[in-house]
Design a protein around this ligand. Structure first.
Ligand SMILES: [Zn+2]
Ligand SMILES: [Zn+2]
Length: 307
């Protein structure tokens, strides 16, 4: 979980739970699949819902809710998904925990997840319809985030509050009582964190991120999440566009993201492109040779004159 963009994939998978705890793999513990269900597929306009056969009416409801979210979110994020969205539904949390879509163990606090590879949304029916609706909306936000990000080759380099806060903000809206309570409490105690502080695991990215997005959209407009996602993606794309740069030492063409030159072996403190842009990078050796030649010419010249 060291790199922020890796967290996008994993944390996107977890709603309301600690990503590290839920992602832990215990030696000797394999996930047991003890329930076997007959799975059916329901196709709506944008989704393919996989549901247990006996849950048709619940699946129809989920399909309607999913389409409603699609409508809202495609407007909010100014995007339409490039392909049909798979949505895997489980009748209960117990059967959800046995999912083979993700090999990691799922704890009881995980409300649902969206896996990054095939971008499947996996959720159990929650105890209330409102809760199912919220989890569904939250995961569909992640599907949109992945789809927008996929236009560059690498995942977005963004902190958790950015993706999780956005998913909460777009599904709960700007007036969530729980988020408001946290903020009022922090404001009263004068413990409101800075944006930089939000990358720390001390701050639950879902609530603090949602509060920050509320503030940011008030300041910069309701389309900010859409613009921010595109800006992040395009920053990645630009980096990919000039993928190859010259090694500052050997001048051979190498990948901009390299931390060590494969040709001459020089280590960069960070990635090669940062080093290249850095003002204090070592100068090319060429001016040094010019200086030597100039001195030699001067010596030859003066020795000619004073012979
Ligand atoms: Zn999430
Ligand atoms: Zn080199």
């Amino acid at each position: 979980m060291g790199r922020p963009f890796l967290a996008f994939g994993i944390a996107a998978a977890l709603l309301g739970s600690c990503p590290l705890a839920a992602n832990a793999q215990y030696f000797g513990r394999n996930k047991v699949q003890y329930d076997h269900t007959d799975v059916r597929v329901l196709a709506t306009e944008h989704f393919d819902l996989y549901y247990p056969r006996e849950q048709l009416s619940a699946a129809l409801t989920a399909g309607r809710l999913a389409e409603r979210w699609y409508d809202r979110l495609s407007k909010a994020l100014q995007h339409t998904l490039k392909r049909r969205q798979p949505l895997i539904l489980y009748a209960s949390h117990r059967t959800f925990e046995q999912t083979n879509v993700w090999s990691g163990l799922i704890d009881e606090r995980t409300g649902g997840f969206t896996e990054s590879r095939k971008r499947r949304i996996v959720i159990p029916f929650a105890s209330t319809l409102a809760e199912t609706d919220h989890v569904l909306g939250h995961e569909i936000v992640h599907a949109f985030q992945y789809d927008i990000a996929s236009e560059s080759k690498a995942p977005l380099d963004v902190p958790l509050w950015f993706v999780e806060g956005m998913a909460e903000f777009l599904t709960l809206g700007p007036h969530d009582p729980l988020t408001d309570m946290w903020m009022r409490d922090a404001a009263a105690r004068e413990t409101l964190p800075s944006i930089r502080d939000l990358s720390s695991p001390r701050f639950f990215p879902y609530r603090w991120g949602a509060a920050l997005w509320t503030f940011l959209t008030n300041q910069y407009g309701a389309d900010l999440p859409a613009r921010a996602l595109r800006a992040k993606r395009d920053a990645r794309r630009r980096l990919e566009a000039d993928d190859l740069i010259r090694c500052v030492r050997c001048q051979k063409m190498i990948l901009a993201t390299e931390t060590r030159c494969p040709k001459c072996g020089v280590h960069f403190q960070g990635q090669a492109y940062e080093f290249e842009k850095s003002a204090d990078r070592p100068r090319s050796t060429r001016p040094f040779w010019i200086t030597i030649v100039a001195i030699m010419l001067l010596i030859v010249f003066t020795s000619q004159v004073f012979r």
